[in-house]
Design a protein around this ligand. Structure first.
Ligand code: 4AD
Ligand code: MG
Length: 431
């Protein structure tokens, strides 16, 4: 018999089906017992009436504890009052296992406690909703690039050198070859891919050893990085706004139930449409000053600065042309003003900060060699990268979007730690 899942019950109204899952909740009133079952796709209220089901089944249900695993069989009814919209008139219960005292109860638990039992916390309704939105976001990311003729390019995780600055590298011994580092970004490999395939995206885990204990930082996070040959900064910004519009509209369209469960106010999300506002770094500095924030031109924006800037807009804002001294070695200088890099960041609204960072890349061999020297990077480790400027160099651009910050923003969460199944932070390596 084909297995039936709760989210497909609309196709089985009036039929007798069996659902396999776990006890989510239980209550009784008089002769009626309610058993709420979850199966990973939804929750279903099962109703038992004394005298209607056998004595054995009725008593069976007494033994069931929260998270006991079971199969329930019964007739499916549509019922708008029931959570999920359907109800089952129970006729049989088969028990797989009676769960021991489950540590998560309907009472409030502290986040530290819940993080310690993250492997169980994932079963809760809110975590379930977040994981489903995360899945939708990842799916829409792949869909966006796949539909536009991009090729997925997998970059290595062990790398011989830094990409985003040396201070945030995780180091490990690598046999007789000395040190290896966990990748901070697949971008440099993405650039090689763009020269081979024209349009590529790298999508994988990335690692940062920065000691930031903020609600926006993980030590291990997922980043998607498109890279396109012959794109300039303007093309790059346009790609980013179309990309964000696609991601947000996919979640709004396909995950409304989850957004509702998360009590997400979707008004800001509905605004995510091309074109997004675009301002220069200098204009962003003016916004800060106008609002009475002390800020010196040339510094990098901190989390609070980003929040203050983004409060001026009702949708994500693209900030471009940052001072080159605060940006990575590979960014191309603005031909109009050599102190500026052709960089762009996208700041999410509602205080979620930077979700995208990108740039047009330095495509001139001599300039790039000079940058590598200025940044004190070992040129030998970058010879392969310089080859991309030796053999048919072209203008090109790309960006990286952090999946967890995007999930956090779209779900309206307090902290990125709930956006990934098993978060890694400075002070957390388990479970
Ligand atoms: O701005 P970043 O450092 O850019 C790069 O790594 C470029 N190489 C990307 C490129 O041009 N191909 O990181 C990109 C994004 C950030 O905007 C943010 O969303 C996310 O990655 N990110 C983090 N997310 C969670 N925890 C951290 N510690 C993060 N650091 C960056
Ligand atoms: Mg950045």
């Amino acid at each position: 018999m084909a297995r039936v899942y709760i989210e497909d019950l609309r196709n089985h109204v009036g039929e007798e089906v069996t659902i396999h899952g776990w006890v989510y909740n239980k209550r009784s009133s008089g002769k009626v017992r309610f058993l709420v079952v979850r199966d990973g796709t939804g929750i279903l209220q099962c109703v038992m009436v004394k005298g209607v089901v056998s004595e054995e089944v009725f008593n069976h249900s007494d033994a069931l504890t929260q998270e006991s695993s079971l199969a329930v069989t019964g007739k499916v009814k549509k019922d708008d009052r029931a959570p999920g919209g359907y109800e089952m008139e129970l006729s049989n219960i088969r028990i797989y296992q009676i769960a021991r005292d489950y540590p998560i109860t309907p009472k409030e638990h502290g986040t530290d406690f819940l993080m310690d039992i993250r492997h169980l916390w994932l079963r809760s309704a809110r975590q379930h909703a977040i994981l489903r939105v995360r899945h939708e976001i990842i799916k829409s990311i792949r869909e966006f690039f796949d539909n536009r003729g991009f090729t997925l390019l997998d970059a290595p995780i062990f790398t011989p050198a830094a990409c985003e600055g040396t201070s945030t590298l995780f180091e490990t011994e690598y046999f007789d070859l000395g040190k290896a580092y966990l990748t901070q970004s697949g971008q440099l490999y993405g650039e090689a891919g763009a020269m081979a395939l024209g349009k590529v995206y790298v999508f994988g885990p990335t690692f940062r050893a920065e000691k930031s204990k903020t609600r926006r930082h993980l030590t291990e996070f997922w980043m998607v990085e498109p890279e396109v040959a012959f794109n300039d900064l303007n093309d790059n910004m346009e790609l980013a706004e179309e990309f964000l519009e696609h991601i947000v509209s996919s979640v709004l369209k396909n995950r409304p139930k989850e957004l509702l469960a998360l009590e997400r106010n979707t008004a800001f999300l509905e605004n995510v449409k091309k074109p997004l506002p675009k301002i220069s770094y200098s204009e962003a500095v003016e916004i800060l000053k106008k609002k009475g924030h002390a800020f010196e031109w040339g510094n990098d924006f901190g989390g609070t600065d980003e929040t203050v800037i983004s409060e001026e807009f009702d949708r994500p804002v693209i900030v471009h042309r940052y001072p080159s001294q605060i940006k990575a070695f590979y960014m191309k200088r603005d031909p109009q003003n050599k102190d500026l890099a052709l960089a762009m960041d996208v700041l999410a609204p509602e205080g979620y900060g930077e979700i995208i960072g990108g740039s047009q890349r330095e495509d001139d061999y001599d300039m790039l060699v000079q940058r590598i020297k200025e940044h004190d990077l070992p040129q030998s480790a970058f010879e392969w990268y310089l080859d991309l400027r030796r053999y048919g160099s072209v203008p090109h651009a790309g960006f990286g979007l952090g999946v967890e910050r995007t999930v956090s923003w779209i779900c309206g969460l307090e902290h990125v730690r709930e956006t990934i199944p098993f978060p890694r932070m400075i002070y957390r390596l388990t479970p």
